[in-house]
Design a protein around this ligand. Structure first.
Ligand SMILES: Cc1ncc(COP(=O)(O)O)c(C=O)c1O
Length: 347
């Protein structure tokens, strides 16, 4: 099976497993797992932050960040298709008791004027108690729902400056910062620079089996550790998996440009297939989101029968993700299968 559902499906390599088997471990809840500590220190170093905390999932890092930055009833502004809105089980409302104020971005990227409008204007005649106070801005880069889109750095700088001027804190969901950096050459620390907190994932394109980190100031990370425990994320001899994450961080970042080439190759094939809707220039990293002229469920089932699996993401929309466990040949074969299935559906 050529599995293009996600870059999370990658398996640890023999060298990564070896590193995991050799890991020295302690009890992470007591703060004495040396491999977890090394992973946290290295992550903070790469992101240019004072500290970082290792957690089981990217969802937990985002939810802990929102919980730690806000009070119940606050308003958190983010793109409507962001992972936090669509794929975190309603966490902001359930866990932090906040209102999400979604902005209608273009492939996950909203404008400075949309943010200004969302922040609104103050006037002595308008009671300030009506509107939930906006206290946090969240940006997702690369944007999963937007098809792996990359935020232009100038726009990030602009929206963060607007948020800061209005007194908001800023969180960056940079689960795939490694892909953004591989595509643009902009270092992760520059993407992270003006945010209070940054989430990164090791278990996606980097190929580690488990884990994410939330990075920020020493004080913030100390507070985040409290919520990590409260949300059930104290995970004892986590050094075993942290060793996989550390291995991925040190050895796999250089491979991501190749994943982007694979995604680009698949995109080249897709734009040549009648009926497929995909803007070639929109494929900037490893994620492709495209529309098919038949029911996406029927299309995906047909591809699966022929050995290629992808995700249904709407009535006619499909997601395919290139990653380190598929080859250029696999991606070429996937293109052929997609063409065959759509030809059969059109008959
Ligand atoms: C942008 C983004 N943030 C957060 C997550 C959540 O990561 P996890 O699956 O580890 O909870 C994902 C997962 O795909 C994601 O794409």
């Amino acid at each position: 099976m050529i599995d293009l559902r996600s870059d999370t499906v990658t398996r640890p390599t023999p060298a990564m497993r070896e590193a995991m088997a050799r890991a020295t471990v302690g009890d992470d809840v007591y703060g004495d797992d040396p491999t977890v500590r090394r992973l946290e220190a290295r992550t903070a170093e790469i992101l240019g932050t004072a500290d970082a905390v290792y957690m089981p999932t990217g969802t937990m890092t985002n939810q802990v960040a929102i919980r730690a930055h806000t009070e119940h009833g606050d308003r958190v502004i983010m793109d409507i298709a962001s992972h936090v809105v669509r794929s975190e089980g309603g966490g902001p409302a359930a866990l932090a008791g906040v209102t999400v104020h979604p902005l209608m971005g273009d492939r996950g990227i909203f404008t400075a004027s949309q943010l200004r409008d969302a922040l609104g204007v103050t006037h002595p005649g308008s009671p300030t108690t009506l509107t939930p106070p906006a206290t946090l801005l969240t940006v997702e880069n690369t944007h999963n729902g937007g098809g792996g889109s990359i935020w232009p750095l100038e726009l990030i700088d602009e929206v963060v400056a607007i948020a800061r001027a209005a007194g908001l804190r800023c969180h960056l969901d940079c689960a795939r910062v490694w892909n953004a950096s591989a595509a643009t050459g902009i270092p992760p620390a520059r993407y992270a620079r003006d945010f209070d907190t940054v989430s990164v994932c090791f278990s996606k394109a980097l190929g580690a089996p488990v884990g994410s980190a939330l990075a920020g100031s020493t004080e913030f990370v100390a507070r985040a550790r409290r919520f990590k425990q409260q949300f059930g994320g104290g995970f004892r001899q986590a050094g075993i998996i942290a060793a996989g994450a550390l291995y991925a961080l040190e050895n796999h970042r250089g491979d991501l440009a190749r994943d982007h080439e694979k995604a680009g190759h698949l995109a080249d094939v897709l734009v040549s297939i009648p009926g497929v809707e995909l803007v070639r220039e929109h494929v900037e990293t490893n994620i492709l989101r495209f529309n098919v002229p038949c029911a996406a469920a029927h299309f995906v089932d047909g591809c699966r029968e022929r050995g290629v699996t992808m995700l249904v993401s709407g009535a006619h929309s499909v997601r395919a993700v290139a990653h380190r466990d598929v080859s250029m040949e696999d991606v070429g074969r996937a293109g052929e299968v997609i063409r065959e299935v759509l030809e059969a559906a059109g008959r």
